[in-house]
Structures are given as C-alpha cells and as structure tokens.
Write a protein that binds this ligand. Sequence first.
Ligand SMILES: Cc1cc2nc3c(=O)[nH]c(=O)nc-3n(C[C@H](O)[C@H](O)[C@H](O)COP(=O)(O)O)c2cc1C
Length: 250
Amino acid sequence: MKAKRITAIMLTLAMLTSLAACSGAGNESSTSGETTSAVQSSTGEKSISASESNEGSTEEKSAETSVQGNSSSSESKNLVVYFSASNTKDVDAVTGATPVQGRVGTVEHIAEIIHNQVGGDIAKIVPSKDYSLDYNTCADEAKAETDSDARPQFEPLSVNIKDYDTIYVGYPMWWYTLPMVMYTFFDTYDFSGKTIIPFNTHAGSGDGGTYQTIKEFEPGATVKDGLAISGNSAFDSSTEETVKSWLAGL
Ligand SMILES: Cc1cc2nc3c(=O)[nH]c(=O)nc-3n(C[C@H](O)[C@H](O)[C@H](O)COP(=O)(O)O)c2cc1C
C-alpha cells in the first residue's frame, strides 16, 4: 500500500514535470514566433520605407509580399513616374485645331526609355484640370500657377508610391522650375528612405536647379544626380544611348 502510494506520487510528479516542459516549450515557441514576426514586420517597414538598395534581398521581398499581399520581384520596386503635358492632348498638325490624343511628349519618351531599361512600373501624373492646347495660353496658365505658388491637383496615380524604393521622377521645365503640379506631387507623398532619380526635358534651362529643389522638398530621401535633356533632341536616335550611359553611371 505504502509502495503503491509512493508510485502514485512519483507518477503524478513525472506528469507534472512533463506538462511543465510542454508548456515551457509552447511558450518558447510562441515567444520565438512573435519575435520572428516582429523582426519580419520591422524589416518589412525598413525594406519598404528605408531601403536605398535596388537589389531586394529575400527578406525584403518576403516582407514586401506580406505587406502587398501578392508576390513581387525585385524589379517591381522601381517606378518611373512623370508629368508630360503634351502627352495628354495635342493640336492636329493638319487642321491645326482638333485635339489629338496620345502624342508622346518629350518627357514621356524619356520615361519610356528609362522604364525599358530599369523595368518595374511606370505611371503618369495627370493634372485634374487640362492645360490649354494653345501654347501661349498654356504658358499663361502655367505662369499664373507659378506666380501664385499654386498646388494644382492631379488624378489618383495608378500605383502606390509606398510600394517602391527607387523612383525615377520626370517633368518638363516650366517657368524656370518644376511645373506646379510636381510641387503638389512632392507635397503629397512621403519619400523618406526612398531613392529619387530625377530627369527632365527643357528648352535651354537645363535642370534649372530643380534637382536641388527636390532635395529640399525631400530631405529624408536620397536624391541622385538627374538627367536634363533638351526637348529638341529628345527624339534623336542618340538619346537612348545618352539615357543608358547616365543610368549606368548612377
Ligand atoms: C508653360 C511652359 C513653360 C516652359 N518654361 C520653360 C523654361 O522655363 N525653361 C525651359 O528650358 N523650357 C521651358 N519650357 C519648354 C519645355 O520644358 C520643353 O518644351 C519640354 O520638352 C516639354 O516637355 P513635354 O514635351 O514632355 O511636355 C516651357 C514649356 C511650357 C509649355
């Protein structure tokens, strides 16, 4: 009887010890699980908002996938986004009056060359209010916006800026600066931790100090040396090579 009681006590002790061990292992597992997901999530935040690298590591990609909820390649972290006014409408060369949709503007042309080289996505900034098709009237409208430091609105982008690490931003020179819709663009999004690579077309002003302006707009971003191309030579056959060698030097 005494021996039976001792055996029962020993069995109970053994079960308690084993339960305690399971429970400990469970805690350890759940703690380590929590830690892992916290690390992943903070890596995800970093990879999306703070990585300046174009080469997505596996960790970065999986973190991005979990945030986006779909699979993604390192390529898709590049975005080319641009404003090119003459792309939206143009005056028919024959009649001189009929709006023609789809003429490729100089900035759009450069944007397409860049996109072909770097991959990823491409998106156009479309102002909510069209500018006049008449050059002089358009110039007046743009001047009024610049003089009043206006922030013209634009249609929702087809992409989500936060999904990209490296963003090529294109625009024409307007009145010695960026078109004011580009001011709205930079006001709208937080580029902290991202890399901005500007490019622009012009009729003699070069970049007109706009790359510096962008740096001042986005102190938390890395703003690389841009490429300024004369609108007159944008469609020259040599332009593609110019763009390629600029990209190679970045
Ligand atoms: C309203 C307006 C203002 C402009 N202001 C300037 C300027 O200050 N400096 C300059 O070099 N070019 C200026 N340009 C010329 C454009 O930058 C040039 O034509 C550019 O190639 C247009 O790009 P897009 O074809 O993509 O619209 C201006 C053009 C417009 C329509």
